[in-house]
Design a protein around this ligand. Sequence first.
Ligand code: TPP
Ligand code: MG
Length: 332
Amino acid sequence: MSIHKTAATPGTEREHALALLRQMLLIRRFEEKSAELYSAGKIRGFLHLYIGEEAVAVGTMQALTKEDAVVATYREHGQALARGLPAGKIMAEMYGKANGCSRGRGGSMHLFDAGRRFYGGYAIVAGGLPVAVGLALADKLQERQAVTACFFGDGAVAEGEFHESLNLATLWRLPVLFLCENNLYGMGTSLEQSESQTDIHLKAQNYNMLAEAVDGMDVLAVESATQRAVAQVRRGDGPYFLELRTYRYRAHSMSDPELYRSKEEVAQWRGRDPISLFDAYLRGQGMLDDVELKALEADVANDIDWAVAEAEKGEWEPVADLERDVYAGVAA
Ligand SMILES: Cc1ncc(C[n+]2csc(CCOP(=O)(O)OP(=O)(O)O)c2C)c(N)n1
Ligand SMILES: [Mg+2]
């Protein structure tokens, strides 16, 4: 592990490191609260938690600027928070309130914020990849110096859109950063049961792009690999692919009895919890102590309280707006 300062979090090395820790804690506490609110019936529909994968969203996002675009999946609270969407707008969205980032029409799986170039939130597995390729094509044609970062799971590899998107991105030398969150499972199916080649970055290399695997539990490893990859993409020679090896500690969604993996396996990965790992590293460097951690946790808890208050006080969209954004008419 070594700390790199970036434009996203300027300041001293220690300030940068604490900002990374704070972002990971914010995601973790936000999601723990979301699970609680889901059980209380405040959040409905689907809810897919990112707990265990925080280092991926936080580490990658450090290498992006506000001109860059982001496309994510239905497990995207972490990316949205790390991109800077206000926690209150995300929570209000999950409540289905009109002050949510998608006006309460998208819910947990469809967070969106065009102003921050955060283009979803896709419920369809691999659905975001062609969108990312299209965004990058538009940026290239309009000569904007932007990179499109596209997150997707290991499950997306089985979809035709994955292969079509990688192929076109190389062929047209598009500025896409493909970020595969390999958490070893697509719902209840393990990668080993579904793929003949489980080293996913090797598949990407077949499309003639630079690709590598990264320890997705180590926020600093993720950050430095992404910085290298983004620098390469910005050179204009085409896409780059990172396979981020990670693990989700919670079930696939809120209605999953988790019969497909052993408690021992989960415990083993919990031993490499990205937050605990980074906490231990920072203490070893003399950059963190109990007092500092307590202050960070209190600060994050304030943000979560504020987010829930925003969602609680938000209004429901009026019934009169029911047909707003509905484009199809009834045939005469
Ligand atoms: C095209 C399509 N097929 C099936 C589904 C049902 N489905 C929802 S999540 C999921 C698993 C995806 O796993 P992965 O891409 O590894 O992401 P993870 O949930 O592990 O983050 C599946 C099959 C879907 N949403 N879209
Ligand atoms: Mg997966």
